[in-house]
Write a protein that binds this ligand. Structure first.
Ligand code: GLN
Length: 476
């Protein structure tokens, strides 16, 4: 029988002494072993997780336990954890051991969460299917012939298959929301700067966020309120106070909701996703909310803007991996220049190389203005449009993805088809606003469908509250 399906379950069992943290960790370790073929975990921290569990059990016994006592968390292979290896799923970081722990992870540990291992993902977070990983692909537990989404595919499947209570992923352009939709989970991308990026391996620094996968809203909200907030190690982290999201989930207002015509009418949108999205909008109207269609003529520019700016930032961020400072160095080099070239050629995968080249191109002297500067301007337009809309409406609702989980290999030879997977998730990323993906029923093949809600910057509390209400209204 499946156990520990929510943190609430865990806390109740701990309270009546029906279980202890060691037993919880052992339960997940057993599940991880049984479902090892899904390839969600890159490394399981068996010993340190059990040690930590014993410590937390002692703290519980003496009444000194933190707020996350009993919660078992997996972290994406792009978040660093002191004295542990991490690779960003890239050969170029093979063997690299971190000397410190990411702030977001440390805050969870400080509240007695147990870190059970690191999770597979697309190399440096670049991808939408988890097929670009040096650790191999991750299987979607809903249908093992299909992708779990990406780039945080391992983080999604770890929660989907009950291998841990919640997991951390990162979302630069949809990497938490899209896999959450493909695996039937709740996934949040917070406001840009809400959570410190210290210890997160940079992909595109002006977009990168740390997000959470969970089975329900409360677990998600609780982890977010602990992880978020200012950090002396990341000057871009916002100093705005962090509300107690998990205590603000009650929702009984009438609100104004916009949906974007171009997303609903997109020819790329799968029929059942359209139907489920329309039906939830209908339910909201019946419940007395104001629901209005809005035109979003900029939709067609959002993906190109995202891919120009993120590849530019990636080409700069990834220039540090040159064989000198980190991980892998090509054994075939014979002088300094060939060491750089061969390390990078052998160490990075195809998709990462494609993006570094594209990014270097858009930043090159002759094309800078035509692409990079132009994309920055379009970014501002998209951001202004989105923020203005969110001043008029409380929420924007849209599908999380154009399709449900696709088959392995389906987009492998067509990078543009793969990039189109991000069509609906990149608007929040380009604008910096928070967005939540929630399960919204299944398609005819039984594959999970996601619905996405955006709110204005720093309105995570409003997003979670509306999210819990929506979970009840949705087609699940
Ligand atoms: N699929 C998008 C990309 O490849 C999103 C990745 C992410 O959010 N890390 O860039």
């Amino acid at each position: 029988m499946e156990k520990f399906l929510s943190f609430d379950d865990i806390q109740k069992s701990l309270e009546i002494r029906e279980t202890d943290c060691k037993a919880i960790v052992n339960y997940y370790l057993q599940n991880i072993q049984t479902k090892a073929h899904l390839n969600a975990f890159v490394e399981v921290y068996k010993e340190s997780a059990l040690e930590q569990a014993a410590k937390v059990d002692e703290k519980i016994a003496s009444g000194k336990a933190g707020r996350l006592a009993g919660m078992v968390i997996g972290i994406k292979d792009v978040l660093v954890y002191k004295d542990h290896e991490f690779n960003a799923s890239s050969k170029i970081l093979k063997g690299f051991i971190s000397q410190f722990t990411a702030t977001a992870v440390q805050r969870l540990i400080d509240e007695d969460a147990i870190i059970i291992g690191r999770l597979n993902c697309d190399e440096f977070g670049m991808g939408s299917s988890n097929e670009n990983s040096v650790h191999g692909k991750v299987l979607n537990a809903a249908d093992e012939s299909r992708v779990p989404g990406g780039s945080s595919g391992g983080s999604a499947v770890a929660v989907q298959a009950n291998l841990c209570t919640v997991s951390l992923g990162t979302d630069t352009g949809g990497s938490v929301r899209q896999p959450a939709a493909f695996t039937g989970l709740v996934g949040i991308k917070p406001t840009y700067s809400r959570v410190s990026r210290w210890g997160l391996i940079a992909y595109a620094s002006s977009f990168d966020t740390i997000g959470i996968f969970s089975r329900n809203i409360r677990d998600n909200a609780l982890v977010m309120e602990i992880m978020a907030g200012p950090d002396n190690f990341d000057s871009t982290a916002s100093r705005k106070p962090v509300p107690k999201y998990s205590e603000l989930l009650h929702f009984d207002k009438r609100v104004k909701i916009a949906y974007l015509k171009e997303t609903i009418e997109s020819p790329a949108l799968q029929k059942e996703i359209k139907e489920n999205t329309l039906s939830i909008l209908e339910r909201l109207k019946e419940e007395g909310h104001e629901v209005e269609e809005v035109e979003f003529p900029l939709l067609k520019y959002v993906l190109p803007t995202y891919y120009i700016l993120t590849t530019a930032e990636a080409s700069s961020n990834l220039s540090r991996y040159d064989g000198v400072k980190y991980g892998f160095r090509s054994p075939n080099a014979h002088n300094l220049e060939s060491m750089y070239k061969m390390t990078r050629s052998e160490g990075f995968g195809e998709e990462v190389k494609r993006r570094i080249m594209l990014g270097t191109f858009v930043l090159s002297a002759s094309y800078y203005d035509a692409y990079f500067t132009k994309a920055q301007k379009v970014r501002r337009l998209i951001k202004e449009f989105t923020e203005n809309l969110l001043n008029k409406y409380d929420y924007i609702l849209l599908p999380t993805t154009p399709s449900t989980a696709f088959k392995f290999g389906e987009h492998s030879n067509d990078p543009v088809a793969m990039y189109l997977e991000d069509l609906f998730t990149v608007q929040a990323s380009v604008s910096g606003v928070p967005a939540l993906s929630l399960p919204n029923g299944k398609d005819q093949q039984g594959l999970p469908i996601g619905i996405q809600v955006m709110a204005n910057s720093f309105k995570e509390a409003e997003l979670y509250a509306f999210g819990s209400y929506l979970m009840e209204l949705s087609n699940n």
